[in-house]
Ligand binder design. Structure first.
Ligand SMILES: [Zn+2]
Length: 208
């Protein structure tokens, strides 16, 4: 079972991490983690473009290195890029020096390949130690989410993923999807309908 929403108590434990935007004018933030991956990211870009919607992509540095042109397409389409480490590191299992180095390695490849920097960071698996967060917060915002689509969880049916994602998304939500190999097949079953739902509800997609 996944948490489709993040309990308020957990959010309060980490008040300096961003869990939701201040609700304003019916806006939400769409976020896609783990790309860029051919077959997933290009699909997402196309669906967003068809509806004029915007998203923030928390990329993995290794994937930017392997699929640089796709990463450039994300940027060229006016979406935002955030840091999700170079090798998708789990902060709880990684010594601080290695972890922080992996975040810097992401920034380096982003600068080299795309010529940009980002002040957005999302820890892989949502896990990082407070001692790591303290250093990251000196230069970046830590962006979590409050609606977990569950798109990567193969034990949940796609109608259920869609229904739960719609039910939990309200003004101010930060919604998490993944553009990676594991979600490549499920995305076409959930994303178009979810994006249409946002339009029906007049929920605009804002960048972080
Ligand atoms: Zn991830």
């Amino acid at each position: 079972m996944v948490w489709h929403t993040v309990p308020r108590a957990v959010q309060l434990l980490f008040p300096r991490r961003i869990w939701r935007r201040v609700p304003s004018e019916n806006r939400i933030c769409l976020t896609f983690d783990d790309g860029p991956v051919p077959g997933a990211t290009d699909y997402v870009l196309n669906e967003l473009a068809r509806r004029g919607q915007k998203a923030t992509f928390f990329m993995v540095g290794d994937n930017i290195q392997k699929h640089t042109s796709l990463a450039r397409e994300v940027m060229a389409a006016g979406h935002r890029v955030g840091n999700h480490t170079f090798n998708h590191r789990n902060g709880w299992k990684t010594p601080n020096a290695d972890y922080l180095q992996n975040i810097r390695a992401f920034d380096e490849v982003l600068g080299e390949r795309l010529g940009i920097q980002t002040d957005l960071y999302r820890p892989p698996y949502g896990l990082m130690k407070s001692s790591q967060a303290k250093v990251v917060l000196e230069s970046k915002k830590i962006v979590m989410w409050n609606v977990l689509s569950g798109d990567y969880d193969q034990s949940i049916s796609s109608p259920r993923i869609l229904e739960e994602s719609k039910r939990n998304t309200v003004s101010g939500s930060i919604v998490l999807f993944h553009d990676q190999q594991k979600t490549q097949e499920v995305l076409p079953k959930i994303l178009p309908e979810f994006l249409d739902f946002l339009i029906e509800r007049r929920l605009e997609t804002a960048l972080l």
